[in-house]
Design a protein. Structure first.
Length: 199
């Protein structure tokens, strides 16, 4: 996705997440935002919605089938992992979790062609305990224009829950895709981001 946008002449920064806590992940994205000359469009996918909620200084937020927590809320209290995702979770002795690769492809990348889905599964990493229970200290969607993309065939975050959270955002789009349209339908996401940036 990043390379596709860069080819179109768009500057793209992709901070690494899963640094051990929501606060650490938010700080990484905040640092990237602060380093840019102009307020950027900031996209958060899934758990990444909790991350971008706490970031200040964005020009536009995009929640891609993502959590949109309000005061005192976390991804876990909003609904967390669906039953299908819970089946795929493998707990590790250190308290972290990982996903069974076969089930991860079915849950995270349903509707995606097999080769890119397999590539994406290979990029997955363990998640530290407690990330989904982190509560943002700031709620940027309250003072920043935001677009929520509901993915109607998502097997990770129930579409009904997505629509409930989407009501907190400035505008809503709905796609007939699974949880990861950037893998299965990258052109769709690229077109949306380019449209929002032109505004």
């Amino acid at each position: 996705m990043a390379e596709r946008l860069r080819t179109a002449g768009i500057e793209v920064v992709v901070p690494e997440l899963h640094r051990g806590s929501l606060s650490a992940d938010t700080a990484a994205v905040q640092s990237a935002v602060d380093a840019l000359a102009e307020p950027p469009l900031v996209l958060g996918h899934s758990y990444g919605g909790s991350v971008i909620t706490g970031v200040r200084g964005a020009g536009q937020l995009v929640y891609l089938t993502a959590f949109v927590p309000d005061t005192g809320e976390s991804a876990a209290t909003l609904g967390g992992a669906s039953p299908r995702l819970q089946e795929a979770i493998i707990p590790e002795p250190d308290g972290s979790t990982r996903l069974c690769p076969d089930l991860a492809a079915e849950v995270l990348y349903n509707g995606c062609p097999a080769p890119p889905a397999a590539w994406a599964v290979g990029l997955l990493r363990p998640q530290a305990p407690g990330c989904g229970r982190g509560v943002p200290l700031h709620h940027s969607w309250k003072d920043t224009p935001s677009t929520y993309v509901v993915c109607g065939q998502d097997r990770v975050i129930d579409p009904a829950l997505q629509r409930k959270m989407a009501a907190r955002c400035t505008e809503v789009r709905e796609w007939r895709t699974g949880h990861s349209p950037f893998v299965g339908h990258p052109g769709l996401l690229a077109e949306l981001l380019e449209e929002l940036m032109r505004r």
